[in-house]
Ligand binder design. Structure first.
Ligand SMILES: NC(=O)c1ccc[n+]([C@@H]2O[C@H](COP(=O)([O-])OP(=O)(O)OC[C@H]3O[C@@H](n4cnc5c(N)ncnc54)[C@H](OP(=O)(O)O)[C@@H]3O)[C@@H](O)[C@H]2O)c1
Length: 160
């Protein structure tokens, strides 16, 4: 009998920053579809992550792993053995000093850990702010992964 490769049963997906806004919806959706979810959070005991444990299927199929974005080994341990990764963890602030470097390093760690542990697919959540802000592009142009915002324009206008 052919194996149904699309079946979520028995598949495990890692969601970084599991307690965050976007991640919580991803975790909910994955659990509802039957996946096992390894969610990374900085502090599994923080009450702000309680809602995750109350999701349908969480008791049976949600594992919360402690991992900071700057901790490669902790990220690798969470990602290891997963079929896919949704990377959403990111410092969210208006201060570029506090955001850019940790976010970039964290994304590199996640990609490297996924490559090292042979994860098949990684989905990275970015922001429209990373691609859209370019005064030299037609505002009606469709933006994709080849487009980047103009850094000087963002700095000068303080738009992000
Ligand atoms: N919300 C939107 O409408 C939207 C739209 C487009 C794109 N995005 C992008 O999607 C991503 C997530 O956005 P969000 O709105 O879901 O943000 P959020 O609710 O603030 O969630 C961000 C998560 O990142 C985690 N985090 C922050 N710093 C961390 C670190 N050093 N190590 C590990 N985890 C860390 C936080 O975990 P702790 O709980 O441990 O602090 C939090 O759970 C961001 O890249 C954002 O730019 C969001």
């Amino acid at each position: 009998m052919p194996v149904d490769e699309s079946s979520p049963a028995g598949k495990t997906v890692c969601v970084t920053g599991a307690g965050g806004y976007i991640a919580s919806w991803i975790v909910k959706s994955l659990l509802e579809r039957g996946y096992t979810v390894k969610g990374t959070v900085r502090n599994p005991d923080d009450p702000k992550n309680t809602h995750l444990r109350e999701l349908e299927g969480a008791k049976e199929r949600l594992i919360l792993c402690k991992a900071d974005l700057q901790d490669y080994e902790a990220l690798k341990a969470a990602i290891s053995g997963c079929d896919g990764v949704f990377h959403t963890a990111s410092p969210v602030t208006d201060d570029p000093e506090q955001m850019v470097e940790p976010a970039v390093n964290g994304a590199k760690f996640v990609i490297n850990a996924a490559a090292e542990t042979q994860v098949k697919r990684v989905v990275i959540t970015s922001s429209i702010g990373a691609v859209y802000m370019d005064p030299n592009r037609d505002p009606d142009a469709v933006v994709d992964e080849t487009c980047w915002s103009d850094l000087e324009f963002c700095k000068n206008t303080k738009v992000n």
